[in-house]
Design a protein around this ligand. Structure first.
Ligand SMILES: Cc1cc2nc3c(=O)[nH]c(=O)nc-3n(C[C@H](O)[C@H](O)[C@H](O)COP(=O)(O)OP(=O)(O)OC[C@H]3O[C@@H](n4cnc5c(N)ncnc54)[C@H](O)[C@@H]3O)c2cc1C
Ligand SMILES: NC(=O)c1ccc[n+]([C@@H]2O[C@H](COP(=O)([O-])OP(=O)(O)OC[C@H]3O[C@@H](n4cnc5c(N)ncnc54)[C@H](O)[C@@H]3O)[C@@H](O)[C@H]2O)c1
Length: 453
C-alpha cells in the first residue's frame, strides 16, 4: 500500500470542506482534498443553488399573477424549460465540477476523487492509498436524503431533492412527503408552475422546527395558492402502479403522478472509521468542541456536527477549524445567533432561540409579536415579527420574521442577539418608514412592559 505524507487531509468537500481546503492550501500547507462525488457537495449541485434558482423563477410567475390585484392585466404561461436550462448551465455546469476542482488546485491543494475512510489519527485511506496528515484531518462528509421506512416506499420510483433539481419537465401532480424546508420550498415552486401539489407532513404544522406562528402563516399562504397541506398525517403505505403513486394517509388516500420525499437527512458518519480517532457519535451527530475538534487530530464541520444543516454554518465552522489548524487564536465557534431562512413566500427567517427553547433554558422570558406594519399593508403582504427576550438581562435571545424580505430583516435581529444589544438601545434606532424592518420596532415595543423597561 502506498502512503503519502501531507499536512492536512480534508475528507468530504461540501461547502465547509471546500472552504477549508482552499484556505489551508493558500496558507502554504500540503493539502489533500478527497470527495467521492462532486466538489462543493449538496449545496451547489442538488441543494441551495438550484432550488433558489427555481424559487427565483416561481416568484416572477407569482408577481405577474398579482398584477390584476394592483393595476392591469397579465397573462402567465409557465415554462420549466428556462429553469432547467439555467440550473444545468449556470448552477451546476451539467453536474460537472471541473471548475471547482480547478479552484482547489489553484489554491495549491491536491484533489483525490474516491471514498475515504479514517484508519488512524491523521490517516485516511482512499482506494488503497493512505494519506498520513501531520496536522490532521478535517471531516466534512455531509448528508444524503433520509428515506423513512414506510411500507412499500422503497420499491417505488420516488424522487428526492437530487431528482427534483434535474427535472426537464414537470408532472401534472406531485405529492410531497415532508413539510420541512426542502418540502415547503419545492412544493411552492412546483405549484406556481402549475403542478397540483399535496404536502403530507407528519408533524402538526409545516416547518415544525420553526415557531408555530411561522408554520401557520405559511400554511395560510399555501392554502391561498391552492397547495393542499395535510398535517399530523401518518403515511402507512406507499404504492406505485400504472404511472401513479398512492399514499395511504390515515383513513384516506393521496394520489399523484410523482412523489417527492423530503423527510430529512441521513448524516455520513457510519463506516468511515470515526471510532479509531476517539470521536463521539450520537444520533448521527459528531460531537465537536468550540474549535471544531472532534477526536485525535480530527476536526469536523458541516451538517454532521448537528449545529444547523446550512451552508453558512458549514463555512463558518470551516473557518474556525482552519484557524485552529493554523495555530491562530480564535475566535472560536459561537452558535447563539445562527440565522436561517426558508425561501418560501412568505420567507420564514429566524435567529437564535425559539420561544420554547428560551423557556427551557432561561428563568424569565418575554415574548412579543407584531405584524408587518405599513409596508406589509401597502404591499398586501401578510407576515409577522416575533421577538424572544431574556427578561432578566433585557436582551434578545431569539427572533423570527415571516414576510417578503424576512431573510434580510433577520440580519438586524441576528446582530442584536449576537452583540446582546439591550432592547432599549435597539429602540433608539431610526427605523425608516415604511420599510419591512420597521416592523421590528413595533414588536420590540411590545416587550417593554414585560421587561419593566
Ligand atoms: C434542496 C436543498 C436546499 C437547501 N437550501 C439551503 C439554503 O438555501 N441555504 C442553506 O444554508 N442550506 C441549504 N441547504 C443545506 C445545505 O445544502 C447543506 O447544509 C450544505 O451543503 C452543507 O453541507 P456539508 O458541508 O455538511 O456537506 P455536503 O454538502 O453534504 O457535502 C458532503 C460531501 O462529502 C462527500 N463525502 C461524504 N462521505 C465521503 C467519503 N467517505 N469519502 C469521500 N467523500 C465523501 C460527499 O460526496 C459530498 O460531496 C439545502 C439542502 C438541500 C438538500
Ligand atoms: N433555505 C434553507 O436554508 C434550507 C432549505 C432546504 C433545506 N435546508 C436544510 O436541509 C435540512 C433538511 O431539510 P428537510 O426539509 O429534508 O428536513 P427536515 O428534517 O427539516 O424536515 C423534514 C420534515 O419531514 C417530516 N417527516 C419526517 N418523516 C415523515 C413521514 N414519514 N411522513 C411525513 N412527514 C415526515 C418531518 O416532520 C419534518 O417536518 C433542513 O433541516 C435544513 O437545515 C435548508
Amino acid at each position: 500500500m502506498t502512503t503519502h505524507e501531507v499536512d492536512v487531509v480534508v475528507l468530504g468537500l461540501g461547502p465547509g470542506g471546500e472552504h477549508a481546503a482552499i484556505k489551508l492550501g493558500r496558507a502554504g500547507l500540503d493539502v489533500v482534498a478527497v470527495d467521492e462525488r462532486l466538489v462543493g457537495g449538496e449545496c451547489p449541485y442538488f441543494g441551495c443553488v438550484p432550488s433558489k434558482m427555481m424559487i427565483a423563477a416561481a416568484r416572477e410567475l407569482d408577481a405577474a399573477r398579482r398584477v390584476p390585484e394592483f393595476g392591469g392585466t397579465a397573462e402567465v404561461h409557465p415554462d420549466w424549460g428556462p429553469v432547467a436550462a439555467r440550473i444545468r448551465d449556470e448552477a451546476t455546469d451539467d453536474w460537472d465540477d471541473t471548475a471547482a476542482v480547478k479552484r482547489l488546485e489553484d489554491a495549491g491543494a491536491t484533489f483525490v476523487r474516491g471514498h475515504g475512510v479514517l484508519t488512524g489519527p491523521g490517516r485516511v485511506e482512499v482506494d488503497g492509498t493512505t494519506y498520513a496528515a501531520r496536522r490532521g484531518v478535517v471531516l466534512n462528509t455531509g448528508t444524503s436524503p433520509a428515506v423513512p421506512p414506510v411500507d412499500g416506499l422503497a420499491d417505488t420510483p420516488y424522487w428526492t431533492n437530487r431528482d427534483a433539481v434535474r427535472l426537464t419537465e414537470l408532472p401534472a401532480s406531485l405529492a410531497v412527503l415532508g413539510g420541512g424546508p426542502i418540502g415547503a420550498e419545492l412544493a411552492q415552486v412546483f405549484s406556481r408552475f402549475g403542478v397540483r401539489v399535496t404536502v403530507v407532513e407528519a408533524a402538526d404544522r409545516l416547518l415544525p422546527n420553526d415557531e408555530p406562528e411561522a408554520g401557520e402563516k405559511l400554511e395560510a399562504a399555501f392554502a391561498a395558492e391552492g397547495i393542499q397541506v395535510l398535517t399530523g398525517a401518518a403515511v402507512s403505505q406507499v404504492a406505485y402502479a400504472d404511472g401513479a403513486f398512492t399514499l395511504a394517509v390515515g383513513d384516506g388516500e393521496v394520489t399523484a403522478d410523482k412523489l417527492l420525499v423530503a423527510t430529512g437527512r441521513r448524516t455520513h458518519v457510519e463506516g468511515i472509521g470515526l471510532g479509531v480517532v476517539g470521536a463521539t457519535v450520537e444520533r448521527g451527530v459528531v460531537a465537536t468542541d468550540e474549535r471544531m475538534r472532534a477526536g485525535e487530530r480530527l476536526w469536523a464541520v458541516g451538517d454532521i456536527t448537528g449545529k444547523g444543516a446550512f451552508t453558512h454554518v458549514s463555512m463558518y465552522q470551516a473557518a474556525v477549524a482552519v484557524r485552529d489548524v493554523l495555530g491562530q487564536d480564535g475566535p472560536w465557534a459561537d452558535y447563539r445567533s445562527v440565522s436561517r431562512v426558508t425561501f418560501t413566500e412568505p420567507e420564514v427567517a429566524s435567529a437564535g432561540m425559539s420561544e420554547a427553547r428560551a423557556h427551557d433554558e432561561l428563568p424569565n422570558v418575554a415574548v412579543a409579536t407584531g405584524d408587518l406594519g405599513s409596508r406589509g399593508w401597502i404591499a398586501k403582504a401578510d407576515g409577522l415579527v416575533k421577538v424572544v427576550a431574556d427578561a432578566d438581562r433585557k436582551i434578545l435571545v431569539g427572533a423570527t420574521v415571516v414576510g417578503p424580505t424576512g431573510g434580510e430583516v433577520i440580519g438586524l435581529l441576528g446582530l442584536a442577539i449576537k452583540q446582546e444589544v439591550p432592547v432599549t438601545e435597539l429602540l433608539e434606532l431610526h427605523y425608516a418608514y415604511p420599510t419591512y424592518y420597521r416592523a421590528v420596532e413595533a414588536a420590540l415595543k411590545g416587550l417593554l412592559d414585560d421587561l419593566g423597561a
